[in-house]
Design a protein around this ligand. Structure first.
Ligand code: C2E
Ligand code: MG
Ligand code: MG
Ligand code: MG
Length: 293
């Protein structure tokens, strides 16, 4: 094949492939040993109730530091892990670690209502997924209602009915289900209503456009109104400015998450954050003016 299209063409093809393919292969190689080498950690990003200013939960976000590659962002390695199946052991590690951490904080009396964990569709498609979750909850001592699982909207695109059974089983364990990055995909709204989701997370790109014109704002208020019609809780992702919060409060969006409230924090810093919130709410006890943000 290379001969027929000529040496130059082949060389061009070869070199353009080089950078991205090599990068993926390198990532894949190091990813294989990342769990046993203890290279993963979780960071935690607070989620805040917009009306009360109270902390509602934290989202666990995977971090990978490799001695050769440095810090590799999830957007670069999650897709590789999904392709080669490594997302299964990695996702299980994330779930166990996040549940363990949540139990520790809750036992210490820190004001954490729930822990949100991202799931890959691959995980959800495993026939033994429910068993795995059950096992992890028992092992870590976390109650089901303390866990929220985030699935991406892509789940809704092909045949969402094949997930109903699994999602319903999770709901029976009192686990909440959130749709992540909502608004990005092409989900069928009538099907959406039938799915056992508790929460929609409005994608960051829409929140970003709140400040850029009435079109951006009306899209966000439409998404919020629609979510409310379906009786879902709504979280705005990627909240960065106070004017975005003002708008979201007026639209009665339930919760927000983003750099304005806090960047994702290491477990140590997340614990400090929880302690601060705890003493803040103790000080404010008795007043109804609880709006730290
Ligand atoms: P996501 O679940 O939508 O997570 C939110 C992402 O937005 C995080 O990026 C977070 O750091 C970032 N973010 C939060 N607030 C702001 C903000 O105000 N402004 C901006 N510009 N960004 C903000 P991160 O940690 O790089 O994660 C990227 C994606 O990787 C996640 O998007 C999620 O889809 C995936 N991911 C992360 N951890 C896991 C995991 O444990 N399992 C799976 N399957 N996917 C994961
Ligand atoms: Mg998420
Ligand atoms: Mg998201
Ligand atoms: Mg997003």
């Amino acid at each position: 094949f290379a001969k027929r299209i000529g040496r130059n063409t082949f060389k061009f093809y070869h070199e353009s492939m080089n950078a991205s393919l090599l990068k993926r292969l390198t990532i894949e190689n190091h990813l294989r040993q990342a769990i046993e080498k203890g290279e993963f950690t979780l960071h935690y990003q607070p989620q805040v109730e917009l009306v009360s200013g109270q902390l509602s939960g934290m989202e666990a976000l995977l971090r990978w530091h490799n001695s050769e590659l440095g810090n590799v962002p999830p957007l670069e390695f999650i897709s590789v892990a999904e392709e080669n199946g490594l997302i299964l052991p990695i996702g299980e590690w994330v779930l166990r670690e996040a549940c363990q951490q949540a139990t520790i904080w809750i036992k210490q009396g820190l004001p954490l209502q729930r822990m949100a964990v991202n799931l890959s569709v691959k995980q959800l498609s495993q026939p033994d997924f429910i068993e795995t979750v059950q096992h992890i909850l028992i092992e870590t001592g976390l109650e089901g209602h303390r866990l929220e699982l985030e699935v991406t909207e892509s789940l809704l695109e092909s045949d969402p009915s094949r997930f109903i059974e699994t999602l319903t089983a999770l709901k029976d364990m009192n686990i909440r289900i959130a749709v992540d990055d909502f608004g990005n995909g092409y989900s069928n709204m009538s099907r959406m209503k039938e799915m056992p989701f508790d929460c929609l997370k409005i994608d960051r790109s829409f929140i970003n456009n709140i400040g850029s014109g009435s079109m951006g704002r009306s899209i966000v208020s439409t998404i919020i109104a629609m979510a409310k019609t379906m009786e879902k809780r709504v979280i705005a992702e990627g909240v960065e400015t106070t004017s975005q919060v003002d708008f979201l409060r007026i639209q009665q969006c339930h919760e927000g998450q983003g750099y304005l409230f806090s960047h994702p924090l290491s477990s140590k810093h997340a614990e400090d954050f929880l302690r601060q919130r705890q003493s803040l709410s103790n000080q404010r006890n008795g007043t109804d003016d609880v709006k730290p943000f």
